[in-house]
Design a protein around this ligand. Sequence first.
Ligand SMILES: *Cc1c(COP(=O)(O)O)cnc(C)c1O
Length: 407
Amino acid sequence: MHKHHNALGLAAPQGGVCAAVVASQRPVAPVTLVRPHAARRAARFFVEKFKGSSLYAVKANPSPALIRELWESGITHFDVASIAEVRLVASVARQATLCFMHPVKAEEAIREAYAEHGVRTFSLDSMEELEKILRATDHAADLTLCVRLRVPSDHAKLSLAAKFGAAPEETKALLFATRQAADALGICFHVGSQAMSPVAYLQAMARVRQAIVEAAVTVDVIDVGGGFPSIYPGMDPAPLEAYFDVIHAAFEALPVSYSAELWAEPGRALSAEYASLLVRVERRRGDQLYINDGAYGALFDAAHVGWRFPVALVREEASDARLTPFSFYGPTCDDIDHMAGPFLLPADIGAGDYIEIGMLGAYGCAMRTGFNGFTAGETLIVDDEPMASAYVETEVRPALPSNVVTL
Ligand SMILES: *Cc1c(COP(=O)(O)O)cnc(C)c1O
């Protein structure tokens, strides 16, 4: 029998859904377990507690079933970054508002998005991109244009600071020119993914204030981007309410138009708890486990950025063996298909055992390739709890005093 425990003490029923899948199917290929109830809970949290619009960043997990689930739970806006994502969301949620928030787009993609899919919101971080958007839309008068500012990624586990964003010395002219062209002017940024402290947003909002004051323009939209964290081993961030409080207070204090809107672009936070993966151990060599998914499958981040996803042994009979650190090898034939972990599993684990790897709904299942012929097996819908959750009642998960930010 396996039990899931997380920071919150949530536990799966004895035996659990995964054990039942293993007992009845002994699956040969990795099984994706999806939890629609967890996605609905995350969406409702953002809809109810974030005082603005939450745009789901589709790249975190573009599964049509998830997009539909979020749409039906009140997420009306979607952050799309490619023409394929535009077409996908337009086909799955026809009434959704699409925002094309990649600062470097193909001109053809902008043209199609505007003319055929009703996209009116675009981001940019250069004069060239502004001119491109205006050309591609034949100087449309109904554009919401968001200028992306470069902000530090100091508090994030994955940086997004180097590639995009206008530098401080560029923003004045860019904001001024964009104001002339736009029906509504926005400012956006991204603090980096898995931002471990709300201070990241406080610092970024200070940069926004400075940019607005310098350019002396009227701003209609403040978009605080993504970066909202989930819970992983060794990463237990402050509650999301603490992030929202910081953002709400900073937004209220900005010199923006009276009717200005607040937006966010959560990707990870809306999707991480949606999916986990059931893998099989094919071989054990000391403290290394050869499993049937890896760097080219759903475990890219585990391999390339050393992300530690939660794991649990799935057996009909519980193991009493002590928890021991293991690393994983994936199924392809090269050395870099390696996940260092450490992943804590019972010392008696071996070939033929199954492991559930949790919190793979964001940047896990989305990044799978078919390299070397290893592809995903079945997808099953389950209703047990994810291995961790950021969305339980505050009475269950008290705020950590050391993580609370006071303004
Ligand atoms: C990736 C991305 C997001 C989502 O980021 P998370 O850290 O997953 O919340 C939001 N906006 C933009 C522009 C992105 O590139």
